[in-house]
Design a protein around this ligand. Structure first.
Ligand code: NAG
Ligand code: NAG
Ligand code: NAG
Ligand code: NAG
Ligand code: NAG
Ligand code: NAG
Length: 481
C-alpha cells in the first residue's frame, strides 16, 4: 500500500517498481524466441479445479483503512457496508471495534496483519496463537474472517522484515490449525506487483530471481498446499503513469478498444484489452515459471485516485477514478470473462479503498483513493447498473419526487395525481391513511409528495416517473425531514 514510492516526483524513487515499470512497453516488444513461449502456448486449464471454485465466487470487495479524520463509529461503518451491499472487506488494520460490529452480518473479512507485528509473530508460536485468539477466536463464529493478509508488500517495502515473513505466515497458520480453523481461514501475504519483472507481454513475466528462491518458492509451496491465494496489489494507474504516452489511457481504464488496437502477446497470440488482465496473467506466467499452476491470484488492492497534483498526476481525476472502478466492477461481477490466459477464472479484487484516508502523508493523491469521503458522502457516482445493488445505494445523492411548488400546480391537479398514484399507479399509500405514521399533516400537498415518491422509487427513479402532468418535481432534499 506504500504507493508514494511510485509517484514520480522530484525524489528519486528507491523502489524497484519505477525501475521495473520504465522498462515496460505496452505495445509489446517484438516477438521473442523465449523459452516461455512453449509453456505459454499450453494454455490448457492446469489447476482448473481450484480456479473453477474461485470463479464461481468471484467478488469485488473494498479495503478499509483508518487514517481518516472523524472515522465513523464501527456500528455506523457496518450499517453503511450493508446499505451498499458490500459483502467482502479487507481491514488494513485488525480493529477490534470493527470486528465486533461485523458480528452476525455474514460479511466476509480479510484481516490485515500490520508489518510491524511480523517480527514478534514470526519468532514465536505463542505470540501467533495469542494474535489469533485476540483477533479471530474472540469474534468467532459471528464475525466471518476468511483470510489473513499477513504484512503488506513486505518483500519490497519492508525488506528488513522479509526473513520473518514466511515464519509469521506459518505460525499464524498453525495457530489457526490448532483452533480447527485452517480450512476456513486462508493465510497469505499481499505482494507488490513490482516483484514481477518484464510483465509485458505477460508470457515473458517472471519473479525477481533474487526473491524467487528465497521467498517465492517456499511461499508458493505453502499457498499451494493450503489452497490459499497469491495476494497481489495491482495498480494499472501506476503502469500508466510511469509509461506516459506508451500505455493508452483507455487500456488502463478497461475502455473498449478497436480490435486493431488490442495488445497481442506475440508468444501466445492472446489479445489483451486492458492492463488489469495483462497484470494478472503476468502473475500466472511468473508462477508457471516456478512450476506452480494451482494457486489462484487474489487482487488485494486495486483502484484509482480521484485527485492529485495536476502537474505530476494529470490522470488522477474523478472521471478516471469513476471509469476505472465502475469498469472493474463490471469486469469482475458482470462480464466474468476471466483473463485471456484463464478465461474460466475471474480474479476477485478489493478496491482500494472505501474511504479517503485524508490523514495519509505523502503526495496529494495519497489521501484521495476513496470511493467515499470519511462521512460516507460519495466522491463520485459509480456506474454499476446490474451489480445487484453493490455500491449502488447513493444515499447522499439520492433523489426524491415531491409535489411541485404551489404556484405551479393547483389543489385539483394535485388531488387527481394523488388519486392516480394510489390507484392505477400502485404507489404504496398505506402510510398516509388515517391513523398511520404519515397521515399528519393531513393535506393534499404532503400526501401527494408521499405518494409521488413511493411511485418514483418503485420505478427506480426512471425518467418520466416523476411527472404527473406537471404536478411533481425531483428534489435531492429528503421530504420526510
Ligand atoms: C530484485 O529484488 C532485489 C531484492 O529486493 C532488489 O534489490 C532488486 O533491485 C530487484 N531487481 C529488480 C530488477 O527489480
Ligand atoms: C455475536 O452475536 C451473537 C448473536 O447475537 C451473540 O450470541 C454473540 O455473543 C456475539 N459475539 C460476540 C463476540 O459479541
Ligand atoms: C510452531 O509453528 C510451526 C509452524 O510455523 C509448526 O510447525 C510447529 O508445530 C509449531 N509448534 C508448536 C509447539 O505449536
Ligand atoms: C520446473 O520443472 C522443470 C521440468 O520438470 C524443471 O526442469 C525445472 O527445474 C523446474 N523449475 C523449478 C523452479 O522447480
Ligand atoms: C449528485 O447529483 C447531482 C445532480 O445529478 C450532480 O450534479 C452531482 O455531481 C452529484 N454528486 C456526486 C457526488 O456525484
Ligand atoms: C438503499 O437504501 C435504502 C434505505 O436504507 C433501502 O431501503 C434500499 O433497499 C437500498 N437499496 C439497495 C439497492 O440496496
Amino acid at each position: 500500500m506504500d504507493k508514494s514510492m511510485a509517484m514520480g516526483n522530484s525524489q528519486p524513487p528507491k523502489s524497484p517498481l519505477l525501475f521495473l515499470l520504465l522498462n515496460l512497453a505496452f505495445p509489446f516488444f517484438t516477438p521473442s524466441s523465449s523459452a516461455f513461449a512453449s509453456a505459454a502456448a499450453a494454455t490448457a486449464p492446469v489447476g482448473s479445479v481450484g480456479a473453477d471454485a474461485a470463479a464461481a465466487g468471484s467478488f469485488v470487495g473494498v479495503n478499509i483503512g483508518t487514517d481518516v479524520s472523524n472515522l465513523l463509529p464501527p456500528a455506523d461503518i457496518v450499517a453503511f457496508l450493508r446499505l451498499q451491499r458490500i459483502t467482502n472487506v479487507r481491514l488494513l488494520e485488525p480493529d477490534p471495534g470493527l470486528l465486533a460490529a461485523l458480528n452476525g452480518t455474514g460479511i466476509r473479512v480479510c484481516l490485515g496483519v500490520p508489518n510491524n507485528q511480523l517480527l514478534a509473530l514470526g519468532s514465536s508460536n505463542a505470540t501467533a496463537a495469542a494474535w489469533i485468539a485476540r483477533y479471530v477466536l474472540a469474534f468467532h463464529p459471528g464475525t466471518n474472517v476468511v483470510l489473513l493478509s499477513v504484512g503488506d508488500e513486505v518483500l519490497t517495502s519492508a525488506p528488513s522484515s522479509a526473513p520473518m515473513l514466511l515464519s509469521a505466515v506459518l505460525n499464524l497458520h498453525s495457530a489457526l490449525a490448532a483452533a480447527g480453523l485452517d480450512g476456513q481461514v486462508k493465510v497469505s501475504t499481499p505482494l507488490s506487483f513490482s516483484v514481477i519483472l518484464d510483465p509485458f507481454p505477460p508470457s515473458q513475466a517472471y519473479f525477481n530471481q533474487t526473491l524467487a528462491t528465497a521467498y517465492m518458492l517456499p511461499l508458493l509451496g505453502f499457498l499451494s498446499q493450503t489452497a490459499a491465494p497469491l495476494m497481489l496489489n495491482l495498480y494499472p494507474y501506476y503502469v500508466l503513469m510511469l509509461n506516459r504516452g506508451v500505455v493508452p489511457l483507455d487500456n488502463a481504464l478497461f475502455k473498449p478498444l478497436p480490435p486493431a488496437k488490442e495488445e497481442v502477446d506475440p508468444n501466445t497470440l492472446l489479445h489483451y484489452t486492458n492492463v488489469f488482465d495483462a497484470m494478472v496473467d503476468a502473475a500466472y506466467f511468473s508462477m508457471r515459471n516456478l512450476n506452480v499452476t494451482s494457486v489462484p491470484v487474489l487482487v488485494t488492492e486495486t483502484g484509482w485516485p480521484h485527485g492529485g497534483d495536476p502537474r505530476q498526476e494529470p490522470h488522477a481525476t474523478r472521471d478516471n477514478a469513476d471509469a476505472y472502478n465502475s469498469n472493474l466492477i463490471r469486469h469482475v461481477l458482470l462480464e466474468r470473462a476471466g483473463t485471456p490466459l484463464r478465461p474460466y477464472s475471474t480474479p476477485s479484487a478489493y478496491i482500494y479503498e472505501l474511504f479517503d484516508e485524508d490523514l495519509r502523508p505523502g503526495p496529494p493523491s495519497e489521501a484521495r483513493w476513496g470511493l467515499f469521503y470519511g462521512n460516507t458522502t460519495p466522491v463520485y457516482l459509480l456506474h454499476v447498473a446490474g451489480s445487484g445493488g453493490f455500491l449502488a445505494n447513493d444515499t447522499a445523492n439520492r433523489t426524491y419526487c415531491v409535489a411541485a411548488p404551489a404556484g405551479e400546480v393547483d389543489v385539483r391537479g394535485l388531488q387527481a395525481a394523488l388519486d392516480w398514484a394510489c390507484g392505477p399507479g400502485k404507489a404504496d399509500c398505506s402510510g398516509i391513511q388515517p391513523g398511520e405514521a404519515c397521515y399528519e399533516p393531513n393535506n393534499v400537498r404532503t400526501h401527494a409528495s408521499y405518494a409521488f415518491d413511493s411511485y418514483y422509487q418503485r420505478q427506480g427513479g426512471a425518467p418520466g416517473s416523476c411527472y404527473f402532468q406537471g404536478a411533481a418535481m425531483v428534489t435531492t432534499t429528503d421530504p420526510s425531514e
